[in-house]
Design a binder for this molecule. Sequence first.
Ligand code: SF4
Ligand code: SF4
Length: 236
Amino acid sequence: MGKLFDKIAQDIRLVEGLKACVNCGTCTAICPAAEFYDYEPRSIVEIVQSRDDDKIEALLSSETIWYCGECMSCKTRCPRGNTPGLIIMALRATSQEMGYFVNSEKGRQQLLLKRVIGHNILETGYCIHNKAVVPALHPEQGPTWEWGYENMQLVYEKMGANLDGEGTGALRKIPKEALAELKAIFEVTGGTKRFEMIESYSKKAAQDRGLEFGEGLDNEYVAELISANNQNHYKL
Ligand code: SF4
Ligand code: SF4
């Protein structure tokens, strides 16, 4: 008992986020995610504080830790100075590093985030680049977005942006040197290794589920990640 807790306790976010929880429930009351999801930051903090490895392991495999929006509203109200949002970040990191994330529907979507947001950051310098929000993949954006996508240069010029241009301005091209620096930061901080682990655990999960796995977004495993919804996430 306590080995998983000991691992998570090495994460500075747990040191920062968990002082002494008195189980008052204020964090759940303020949490916007708790309004919609079957989710309680209070009980997550209680489990971590218990140091019970079996319960922590179940948490790492659960949908629950992926519901947090990392808004940090909980930090502002906790009477004991805890930050459940930071504790959840530490749990998520451990879930990714140890492969527990593939045991839940929301957890498996980490691959999607890595391949979309992660790829955008490293290749363009932006989390979400407008060119990456392709209308065919994002029908939810509607016809206005589609028109804007097709007339991107015109739209952003009128808005005063510098789309893919040299120099300064919104949506400017991020220089190669800056992108190289970004990749170096990912290397030394463990981001690259984390990405590789997400890929590797996901590949194994695809094999276990009998789904085709490949690079990019056009394969059976990713298609399942995009469309999966077990309908058990929301409060009734
Ligand atoms: S608000 Fe703070 S003390 Fe209260 S349950 Fe949440 S983490 Fe624990
Ligand atoms: S950081 Fe997470 S747990 Fe805290 S209030 Fe925001 S959504 Fe809720």
